[in-house]
Ligand binder design. Structure first.
Ligand code: LRH
Ligand code: MN
Ligand code: MN
Length: 427
């Protein structure tokens, strides 16, 4: 354990009486609605969202990066920070690696994660940056590049990610490429997409049988005129072209501001192609803000679709859940803990929706009562359920308070040297 269990116990003791009373009061209220609170708690306790390894370092923009104290120096430090998040929230049992940022000896990775009680979620490849010593540049694209040798290099990198992932027990590869163009006429849309598809087919052909391939769409950035995998339509085409184990990954920040994301989710569920999520929040673009910090209702509406699919056992429905955020002004551990709990909260609230009543209102075209049914669930303060689930599984009733009381950040700052923020940062 990264934080002394006696500290967590002490912290919990100061809050457990109030929690018990709040849990009982909510239980009684839900009981009147025909909902068993313990069933909801059980589902919340079994729920997990993966932490992105890159999220535990302080993020930045293209203007600046302001490093925090005690930043992780490498993947092993990152795993320790991820273990703190899991210890206190019990909501983040696995970590999603980004290669080559997290490249290390697979047996060391496995041993460290095993010792910390963590597993590995999807592997993320990176062909949107050039790495030191790389033979060919991705300045004009990677999997869709006009040059076959550059495409081959990007394919090889993805195969290397699969190989490493295999050795550490991952079961999925997520591909996001920044490929696109900055000027009208710069690229031939069709030829470029053909190149992408050919490359993706080559990777897919080497995917282990028990693996899934997730492709992630994003409207723009770093390309500002056109992007090869720009929306869920193109993403669906890719998944359909590749085969049964290819799915679409939905990063909440990768859409135009007014896009109805929950409806995209419903469509992908309906056609068996929803692979998973990168949760975050945004106000303008791919802001990578903390999940639920801007529009918690939208997050709830996404979960409303997921619980609907889960309840009616939609065929092939098994999405992977990950956070994908950048923390510029907060302690990343605190942000990730709060975000994981926000995801759990949206799940718990969606579990409270009276689906039978909703179906009736929809059938009768009673728009007002249908939407009120959703609002009733969304307005319910489910915090006692989340906190009780944490307490019973050894976590903290109030993870942020316990984390601050532990002094973890100061302790690691003593061993992890300060880094410079000069030179900008990664987004
Ligand atoms: C692209 C993205 C993608 C990358 C991550 C660092 O904006 O969402 O998932 O892997 O950011
Ligand atoms: Mn993402
Ligand atoms: Mn993104």
């Amino acid at each position: 354990m990264m934080i002394e269990t006696s500290l967590v116990t002490r912290e919990n003791e100061t809050r457990s009486n109030s929690l018990k009373r709040d849990y009982e009061a909510l239980g009684e209220r839900l009981d009147r609605q025909g909902i068993a609170i313990d069933t909801i708690k059980g589902k919340v306790a079994a729920y997990g969202v993966a932490v992105p390894s890159w999220g535990v370092g302080t993020g930045g923009t293209r203007f600046a990066r302001f490093p925090g104290k005690g930043e992780p120096r490498n993947i092993f430090d990152k795993l320790e920070d991820c273990a703190v998040i899991q210890q206190l929230t019990r909501a983040t049992p696995s970590v999603s690696l980004h290669i080559p940022w997290d490249k290390a000896d697979p047996s060391d990775l496995k041993a460290k994660a095993g010792a910390l009680g963590l597993g590995f979620d999807a592997m993320n490849s990176n062909t949107f940056q050039d790495q030191d010593g790389q033979a060919l540049s991705y300045k004009f694209g990677s999997l869709s590049h006009t040059d076959a040798a550059t495409r081959r290099q990007a394919i090889e990198h993805n195969l290397e990610c699969i190989e490493l992932g295999r050795a550490i027990g991952s079961r999925a590869l997520t591909i996001w490429v920044g490929d696109g163009s900055n000027f009208p006429g710069q690229s031939h849309f069709t030829r470029q997409f053909e190149h992408y598809l050919d490359s993706a087919r080559t990777i897919y052909a080497q995917l282990p049988d028990d693996w899934r391939l997730f492709t992630e769409h994003k409207m723009y950035e770093p390309a500002f005129y056109s992007t090869v995998v720009q929306d869920w339509g193109t993403n669906y085409l890719i998944a359909k072209e590749l085969g049964d184990r290819a799915y679409c990954l939905v990063d909440l920040g990768h859409h135009a501001p007014n896009v109805n994301i929950e409806m995209i989710v419903a469509r992908l569920v309906q056609f068996g192609k929803l692979g998973g999520f990168h949760f975050n929040d945004s106000k303008y673009g791919d802001d990578d803000l903390d999940t639920g910090s801007i529009d918690p209702y939208r997050l709830f509406l996404v979960f409303n679709e997921l619980v609907d699919a889960e309840t009616r056992r939609a065929p092939g429905f098994d999405p992977a859940h990950m956070l994908d955020q950048s923390h510029n002004v907060t302690d990343p551990i605190e942000s990730l803990m709060v975000s994981a709990m926000e995801v759990q909260r949206a799940y718990a609230q969606a579990l409270l929706v009276d689906r039978k009543a909703l179906e009736g209102f929809q059938q009768d075209n009673d728009a007002l009562m249908a939407t009120t049914t959703l609002k009733t669930a969304f307005r319910t303060d489910v915090e006692p359920i989340l906190a009780m689930a944490r307490l019973e599984s050894g976590g903290a009733i109030d993870p942020v308070a316990a984390y601050r009381a532990s002094g973890y950040r100061n302790k690691v700052a003593d061993i992890r040297p300060e880094v410079s923020g000069a030179g900008g940062g990664i987004v």
